[in-house]
Every structure is written in structure tokens, then in C-alpha cells.
Ligand binder design. Structure first.
Ligand SMILES: [Zn+2]
Length: 336
């Protein structure tokens, strides 16, 4: 019987960078060296002891070191610049002594091969059994298509073990700002941050990853976070028409629910406030739609003083694709 496998948390920023790197390099394999923290006993004398502790371990991936200037990459292989990666690792280690090399990721998106190659396996077995590797485990993520992290597979290698294990998606958790543990060791409850209905299933996690990536690429002024079991997106966007738009989005609006809440208001001039509550409709793209609608409204308002707010609200409903809905989401409400 397979031993039970550890839990892995990966900072959303890492997953987003991972996807970004694939998009920038459609024709060559890309990858990097995972760094972060191991929570639990990760140095044990026997293979039996390693198998026994595995289910209680947690790997926290906070960043990765890129392949480096001397990397050799093609559509069918990926060999990082190991000297560069080691140098970078030692630099980071000087600032954060507890940091560990957790493993690595690479992508087979140019060739679509869903499995680790023999060379990949040789490399991972070699590394995990190397005395210079500081603990008994090695985490390997493999992207299999251009969606990057969304469809990636994750594997665990164990020192002294001739087998390796695929880590089920249920054990992989995307978290925001895992890097905060660089300053303070995480409490148990901090590492179990989750959003019921989203992080506990593959579809939810994939939606979160897509959303996070969209924010990363398109809504760079906004901050993505997970707090108290909910995903938040907050910040102020300076839109093209000159208006500053404050955005507060949370989903679900209550823990365990399936509807989101979006509040938008302009700061200069403070002329529009807008609240949207809807099932599934509130996500990074609807935020983008609302920003565009407000921006457009502002552009028109500065040129035609008689444009009234409800027209903008109707416009926003169209932008958000909510016209078909019977419920009236457009009524302005007070925002406290
Ligand atoms: Zn490979």
C-alpha cells in the first residue's frame, strides 16, 4: 500500500509566475527550483520512518529560483544552470536561514508529454539521495500544457525509496502571501487556510488559479488575498479616463457560500458607488468589466454633465452580462 502523502501549499504568486513563464516561452521547456519551508520532521534515519511521517508533513513553497542564464532548454529538455541556482539559493539562505530547497518544477507544454521522462527521474532520484540535499524529500511539479499550474501534476521522491508518488490534487493548496512565514513561523491554522467550495476541489482551485493569473496580468494595481476562508481582491485602479476607482471584492460573501460581493466606487470625483452580489458572477473578469464600465461612464460624464447614474448602472449590467437576470443588482446602495 502506498504511504499517505504530505500536504503542499504553494503561494499563488508562484503559480502565476509559473504560468507566465510558460506563456512567454511557448516553444521551449521552462522550469525552476522550488524554495520554501518543510513543516514537520523531514530528516529521518530509515525509509520506514520517512513513510510514517509523510502524511504529517507540510511543504510550503514560497518561491522558485529561475533556470538561470546558463540553462539549456529546448522543446524536449530542460537543464537548469545549477551553479547559478545554487548561488542564488545561498544568497537567499543568508537572509532566511530556515529556507530549504524543496524540489523543482518544469514544463512539458511544448511536447505535451504527461509523464516525467527517464532523465527527469534520474535527476530527481539523484538529488533526493544526494548528501547535500538537506532533507529526505523532493517535490517535483510537472506542467503538461500551456495552462501551466492549473493542470500540473505533482510528485514526491523520498530518500532511499525506489518508488516515487503522485501527490493527489486534494493535498495541493494554493495560498496567498505564503511569504509572510518568512518573517514569522506559521501557526497551524495559518497553513490550513482554505476557502470551502473552492480550495477543496480541483475545479475551484483551477478557477482561483485562473483568476489569480488574470489579476497578475491585467489588474496589477489590485491585491489578491485569502482571508478567513474567503478570497479578496482590493485596491485602487487609476483608469484611463483619469478617474480613480476603488475596488473591494470578496467571494464567497459568506464562508461556505457560492456568491460573491463586489463594491466599486470612484474617488475623484466621488460620484459613483456600485454593489454587485451574485452567484458565480463575481470574479476577476467581472471586476475588470466593472472598471471598464465606470471608466467609460466617467469619460462620458466629463463630456456630458447630464449623464445620469442609472444609465451607467445599466451599462454596467450589460458589461457584466447580467441583463438576463431577473434580480435587480444595479440599485445603488450605501457603502459604509
Ligand atoms: Zn521533463
Amino acid at each position: 500500500m502506498n504511504p499517505r502523502l504530505p500536504r503542499v501549499t504553494i503561494d499563488m504568486a508562484v503559480a502565476a509566475r509559473f504560468a507566465e513563464e510558460i506563456h512567454r516561452n511557448p516553444d521551449i521547456e521552462v522550469g525552476g527550483k522550488y524554495i520554501g519551508f518543510v513543516h514537520g520532521p523531514a530528516r529521518l534515519p530509515t525509509l520506514g520512518a520517512r513513510h510514517e511521517v509523510m502524511s504529517s508533513l507540510a511543504f510550503e513553497v514560497v518561491d522558485y529560483i529561475d533556470a538561470g542564464p546558463g540553462a539549456s532548454r529546448s522543446d524536449a529538455h530542460h537543464y537548469p544552470d545549477r551553479d547559478y541556482q545554487l548561488r542564488r539559493f545561498r544568497e537567499i539562505e543568508r537572509m532566511m536561514p530556515a529556507i530549504e530547497h524543496l524540489g523543482s518544477w518544469h514544463s512539458h507544454h511544448p511536447n505535451g508529454v504527461r509523464n516525467l521522462s527517464d532523465r527527469d527521474l534520474d535527476g530527481y532520484f539523484w538529488t533526493v539521495n544526494n548528501q547535500d540535499h538537506n532533507h529526505d524529500f523532493f517535490l517535483a511539479s510537472l506542467a503538461v500544457d500551456e495552462t501551466g499550474f492549473n493542470h500540473a501534476r505533482h510528485f514526491l521522491f523520498v530518500r532511499g525509496d525506489q518508488h516515487y508518488y503522485e501527490i493527489p490534487l486534494a493535498n495541493i493548496e494554493l495560498v496567498s502571501d505564503a511569504s509572510s512565514s518568512r518573517r514569522t513561523p506559521p501557526q497551524a491554522e495559518e497553513t490550513t487556510l482554505d476557502v470551502p467550495g473552492w480550495t477543496d476541489n480541483a475545479i475551484g482551485r483551477s478557477q482561483l488559479a485562473r483568476d489569480r493569473e488574470f489579476v497578475f496580468r491585467r489588474l496589477t494595481a489590485l491585491k489578491y488575498g485569502i482571508t478567513s476562508g474567503r478570497v479578496t481582491l482590493t485596491g485602487t485602479v487609476h483608469a484611463a479616463s483619469g478617474v480613480d476607482i476603488e475596488v473591494k471584492m470578496v467571494y464567497p460573501s459568506r464562508v461556505g457560500g457560492d456568491d460573491g460581493l463586489l463594491k466599486i466606487r470612484t474617488l475623484n470625483p466621488p460620484s459613483i458607488e456600485f454593489i454587485l452580489e451574485d452567484k458565480y458572477a463575481v470574479n476577476a473578469r467581472s471586476v475588470q468589466g466593472a472598471i471598464v464600465a465606470v471608466d467609460l461612464w466617467n469619460w462620458r460624464a466629463t463630456r456630458a454633465a447630464y449623464v445620469v447614474a442609472f444609465q451607467a448602472m445599466n451599462g454596467m449590467q450589460r458589461w457584466l452580462g447580467l441583463g438576463r437576470n431577473d434580480r435587480d443588482h444595479s440599485a445603488p446602495k450605501d457603502i459604509s
